[in-house]
Design a protein around this ligand. Structure first.
Ligand code: ADP
Length: 212
């Protein structure tokens, strides 16, 4: 989860999924970010899920089982849905999908603290949340709201990942979005700082070309 959009939540979800798969785990990735489903682009998927026994089938790509709200409707359409429609779509993707036997299901949730998070916490057992933030205050303030929400919903927060932490060019390191915002947030909440990811051109290039 993240407080804000555009901080790299989908990129991090996709790359954690791929890394876990490389460790020999069977991983599913559910894109429940109704405001900006990115899985289609990130994984370069351009087909709709098949239906089997009245259930949708996940789409397999790079060894990951994928399901996304973007597979079901035009992403521009989902954005204008009201709460009940979002909730229904989420249940469809969770319950009416033929998920293979998985070790882990990673859920990429929408930014903010809304219907999708509440529905997930009320209807499913969520083992843990990971909060992704960029270093600047504008992002960490919203990430804090996300942490507060998970605390209220009794979902353990595994830790914080700071993305776009710094930029390295010819040995010079710069901090375009400020420094250590994620670390400070971790300390303040007594949470583990899981790591920082620099701004790397290849990340956005490979994400855009469907090769996480
Ligand atoms: P969110 O899911 O939080 O909205 P995305 O994962 O879609 O954010 O990332 C937003 C944009 O930033 C994408 O174009 C992505 O490729 C790019 N991006 C994310 N993390 C990095 C990074 N560490 N370095 C370079 N580009 C990044």
């Amino acid at each position: 989860a993240s407080g804000k959009g555009g901080v790299g939540k989908s990129t991090v979800s996709a790359n954690i999924a791929i890394t876990m798969m490389n460790m020999g785990l069977k991983v599913g990735l559910l894109d429940a970010d109704v405001y900006g489903p990115s899985l289609i682009t990130l994984f370069g998927v351009n087909k709709k899920p098949a239906i089997k026994d009245d259930k949708m089938c996940t789409i397999e790509k790079y060894g990951i089982s994928l399901m996304s709200i973007g597979f079901l409707v035009d992403p521009d359409e989902a954005v204008v849905w009201r709460g009940p429609m979002l909730t229904k779509a989420l249940h469809h993707m969770m319950r009416f999908t033929n998920w293979p036997n998985l070790d882990y299901l990673i859920i990429d949730t929408p930014p903010g603290t809304g219907d999708i998070h509440l529905t997930l916490s009320e209807n499913y057992i969520i083992d843990a949340a990971i909060v992704v933030t960029t270093p600047q205050t504008l992002s960490t303030v919203d990430a804090q709201k996300g942490i507060n929400m998970f605390n209220k919903l009794n979902i353990p927060v595994l830790g914080i990942i700071e993305n776009m932490s710094y930029f390295s060019s010819n040995g010079n390191i710069s901090y375009p979005f400020g420094k250590d915002g994620g670390k400070t947030l971790s300390k303040k909440n007594g949470l583990e700082f899981l790591g920082e990811i620099p701004l790397i051109l290849e990340i956005s290039k490979s994400s855009d070309s469907g090769k996480p």
